[in-house]
Design a protein around this ligand. Structure first.
Ligand code: B3K
Ligand code: ZN
Length: 881
């Protein structure tokens, strides 16, 4: 931490490393108070660099010894400050021996080497390794690692690091050792160690080439009944990558370790993935369908990084999306393939679109907006964003849309053929895709370099005489910080045309038949596409499957939307039509609330929902998606000036009206979608539970003794966590008399299950009746712990980011609370603090009466004396951009 103005780092300033590292030997004498790290680096001058000094990064380390080529370096032979160790005029080849001291127990940042529940863990991405030892801690320095771990045998019976275990034994003094060797060169951010008291589920797994690999899932004692699904997901991931991309596990051993204190979801360290417990531990008693899906996705994600990230890594951190966007795309495809049905694929696509709109579009329109490949940063940890991850995945998906699935596979093959073992740039990936397919993807580069969400405006006209239908597409992109004007993007734009009977019409453009679906390529600011032989005036189904991450503007009539909602053969657009119908009404209702006018909802809309709800020809999972309303923050994004309370009341009114008007239908679907028998997290069962529990939620929005009794009955008899939390949520939202008893019972039953206690906190934090005072009260609960990120996310984040109507209380109390918490967290864990800081990003869009106290709170945080670079960058940008 520093108090001066933090330095901005620019992508353009990239310089190759002065020295390369061939081998790293690390020795750890693990002690929570005082760990000694000995490192031996064999280095040689990089022919691509003009720099003659060895430059090593190191922070919060105590240097004990430093030798070069066997000789201790005198104080004048090197320079050291709080970030760097520099050895000028180093020889062509150098063997460095470095000894340092760190204090893992003191490390509350959960970055570098730290202690969680008495066990040792590491987190090195992006720049944690420099908190462990002096090293050229940058991803373009790849070296072979050998690691010797020494620790007390009783307290740390399990000693793990990357790669293969090559030796282990006793040291005689109550301590033992384990020596690990990673056969692959890797950057320092992929280093990991674990020294702990843990148990594992393990099995050997046959790989496609006939080898066998040992798979292990390590957890704390008492949790071996919750590792099956993670293990199954790991096996599915390995199989999937073999089959879909021809990529094999390249190690004899692959380990997943769960830890309760972790800053994010998981980490792809070579052969030793470290996971937040949230993405490992599951059984029907404690985990919901959503938790199961999260485990599958994250296990897949980290495993897929083994190729996209580890074998081919990033040249510098500006290229982060090279590995993250691609790996998110891969985990999305994996999850979709695991469901196995077409409608399952559509449901996962709908969920991806919702995430983009909920989180990425606002980021792209706010003060932290940045390109998928950023041009500058102050703190790289602030750029593990939905833009780099999810928009990055959309960019990869668009390439697949343009070159086709097989073409994409060819591009992947070429990418690995060219770059295996290298640290490369986003441009290298795009080039491999272009070259493998003979495609020009030059203009496509703008998706990596220009921030902001493009707006595509569609206009149509039908010429009944000529039987032509003209679609005119115009694109624009709003300015973002540092980028005033934008050049036109290369946009794959999928379309279909529906006839009056609801069927797709055949498409012909320029004499070429396109079947019933075409992918147009929009390259100019404005382009016209003429469909010929169009027998009747069609209803256009635009941007099918959400073929590009853009905002589509088209003046749909209600009749057209209802037609699409009933008939579109593209399920994503069928869903989209429903969202548009709902959004138009929610915006009207919000205005009516603010004006004190009467609130009304039309029969037509209600009937469309009724029809959808009961359409047994559609999967329950799809119907659930189609009946979910846009969230409060999505509504806010449509408004010039945001009034959070009005939005909340408008949406509540709609939910209550649905609960009242569709009461009988909701009860019928509640009954029709029961899942008797033992719990299974498969998509079919989860979909039925999802629809049933959505029915329950709508009924709870229109409380009545019978509705509340249903929720109570479900809570009392639930055989799995999905049904239990759904019932508890219904009771809380209905403000049912039984709610507080249920909450107390829930806590008593699951007091010892940390992940369930997180749910207990977050359900209360996000409840409409919870104000700041109630949150402060909950923070006094003995189970609250500000040092545990999961707990902080479940209470403080859930309130600040997930309960807008209360957070934005007129008296500004939410903002004062936010400022206080950002400050308190920053002193412990800057990465977590900085995430929380971002919940004020969009302050300029609120009504003036809220803007002022929001700005004050931001300014108050900004003037904090010991602010981290992480928080300083976020609040600084919020105030200036
Ligand atoms: N690569 C890690 C994220 C590291 C975040 C560092 N602040 C997890 C993932 O994307 O797989
Ligand atoms: Zn990742």
């Amino acid at each position: 931490m520093r108090t001066d103005t933090p330095a901005t780092i620019y992508r353009q300033d990239y310089l190759p490393p002065s020295y390369l590292v061939d081998t790293v030997e690390l020795g750890f004498d693990l002690d929570p108070a005082r760990t000694i790290v000995a490192s031996r680096l064999t280095m040689r001058r990089n022919p691509d660099s003009a720099e003659r000094a060895i430059v090593l990064c190191g922070e919060n380390l105590e240097l004990v010894a430093l030798r070069m080529n066997g000789k201790t370096l005198g104080k004048r032979e090197y320079a050291i400050d709080d970030k760097t160790l520099r050895i000028p005029n180093a020889p062509e080849r150098a063997t460095l021996e470095i000894e340092t001291l760190t204090a893992p127990r003191q490390n509350t940042t959960l970055n570098g080497l730290y202690v969680s529940n008495g066990n040792f863990f590491t987190q090195c991405e992006a720049e944690g390794f420099r908190h462990i030892t002096y090293f050229p801690d940058r991803p373009d320095v790849m070296a072979k690692f050998t690691v010797m771990l020494r620790a007390d045998k009783q307290r740390y019976p399990v000693l793990l690091s990357n790669g293969n275990l090559i030796e282990e034994g006793d040291l005689g003094d109550g301590r033992h050792f384990a020596k690990w060797e990673d056969p692959f060169k890797k950057p320092s951010y992929l280093f990991a160690l674990v020294a702990a008291r843990l148990e594992c589920q393990e099995e050997t797994f046959a790989l496609a080439d006939g080898r066998e690999a040992l798979l292990q899932v390590w957890v704390e004692e008492g949790n071996l009944d919750k590792t099956n699904y993670a293990m199954q997901s790991l096996k599915n991931s390995i199989r999937w990558d073999e089959q879909r991309y021809g990529l094999e596990l390249d190690l004899d051993r692959f380990m997943i370790v769960a830890v309760g204190d972790f800053n994010m979801g998981a980490m792809e360290n070579k052969g030793l993935n470290i996971f937040n417990t949230k993405y490992v531990l599951a059984n029907p008693r404690v985990a919901t369908d959503t938790d199961y899906a999260g485990i599958e996705a994250v296990v897949g994600h980290e495993y897929f990084h083994n190729w996209t990230g580890n074998r081919v890594t990033c040249r510098d951190w500006f290229q982060l999306s090279l590995k993250e966007g691609l790996t998110v795309f891969r985990d999305q495809e994996f999850s979709a393939d695991m469901i196995g049905t077409d409608s399952g694929r559509a449901v996962s696509r709908i969920e991806q679109v919702r995430t983009l709109r909920q989180a990425q579009f606002p980021e792209d329109a706010g003060p932290m907006a940045h390109p998928v490949r950023p041009d500058s940063f102050v703190e790289i940890n602030n750029f593990y964003t939905v833009t780099v991850y999810e928009k990055g995945a959309e960019v990869v998906r668009m390439i697949q849309t343009l070159v086709g699935r097989e073409g994409f596979r060819k591009g992947m093959d070429l990418y690995f053929a060219r770059h295996d073992g290298q640290a490369v740039e986003c441009d290298d990936f795009r080039r491999a895709m272009a070259d493998a397919n003979g495609r020009d993807l030059a203009q496509f580069e703008l998706w990596y370099s220009q921030a902001g969400t493009p707006v595509v405006r569609a206009d149509t006209s039908y010429d009944a005489e000529a039987k032509t239908y003209t679609l005119t597409l115009s694109q624009s992109c709003p300015p973002t910080p540092g980028q005033q004007s934008k050049a036109p993007f290369h946009i794959p734009f999928a379309v279909g045309l529906l006839g009056a009977n609801g069927r797709d019409l055949p498409l012909t453009i320029d004499g070429v038949a396109h079947g019933t679906g075409a992918v147009l390529e929009l390259l100019e600011a404005r382009q016209r596409f003429v469909f010929t032989d169009v027998a009747e005036a069609p209803t256009p189904s635009l941007l099918r499957d959400f073929s590009a991450p853009v905002i589509l503007e088209y003046d749909y009539s209600d009749a057209e939307l209802l037609h699409l909602f009933s008939h579109d053969s593209d399920p994503v657009n069928r869903w989209e039509a429903g969202q548009r119908l709902a959004m138009a009404r929610l915006l009207k209702l919000t205005a009516a609330v603010a004006a004190g006018a009467k609130l009304e909802l039309d029969e037509t809309f209600i009937n469309a929902l009724r029809k959808m709800l009961s359409d047994a020809s559609l999967d329950a999972a799809f119907r659930e998606q189609a009946l979910l309303l846009p969230s409060e923050s999505m509504i806010a994004d449509q408004l010039e000036t945001v009034n959070p309370q009005a939005i909340h009341l408008a949406r509540q009114f709609m939910r209550r009206t649905i609960g009242t008007e569709l009461r009988a239908d909701l009860f019928a679907q509640y009954d029709a979608n029961q899942t008797p028998g033992p719990y299974s997290p498969d998509a079919g069962s989860a979909g039925r539970r999802g629809l049933k529990n959505l029915a329950l939620a709508y009924l709870a929005a229109a409380p009545s003794p019978a509705n509340n009794a249903l929720a109570k009955m479900q809570f009392d008899t639930a055989g799995n966590m999905t049904d239990r939390v759904a019932a508890l949520g219904a009771l809380i939202h209905a403000e049912a008399e039984y709610a507080s008893d249920a909450l107390a019972r829930f806590y008593d039953d699951f007091e010892h299950e940390a992940l369930v206690v997180d749910k207990w906190f977050s359900m209360q934090a996000a409840a409409p009746g919870t104000d700041v005072a109630a949150v402060r009260e909950l923070m006094l609960h003995p189970a609250f712990n500000i040092k545990n990120p999961n707990r902080v996310r479940s209470l403080v984040f859930a309130f600040c980011a997930g309960n807008p109507a209360q957070f934005h209380a007129a008296d500004g109390s939410g903002y004062a609370f936010w400022a206080e918490q950002v400050g308190a967290l920053d002193a412990l864990n800057p990465q977590v603090a900085s995430r929380l800081a971002r919940s004020m990003d969009r302050w300029r869009r609120y009504a003036p009466a809220l803007q002022l106290p929001m700005k004050k709170a931001l300014q108050q945080v900004a003037k904090g004396k010991k602010l981290s670079n992480d928080v300083r960058e976020v609040v600084g940008k919020a105030l200036t951009n």
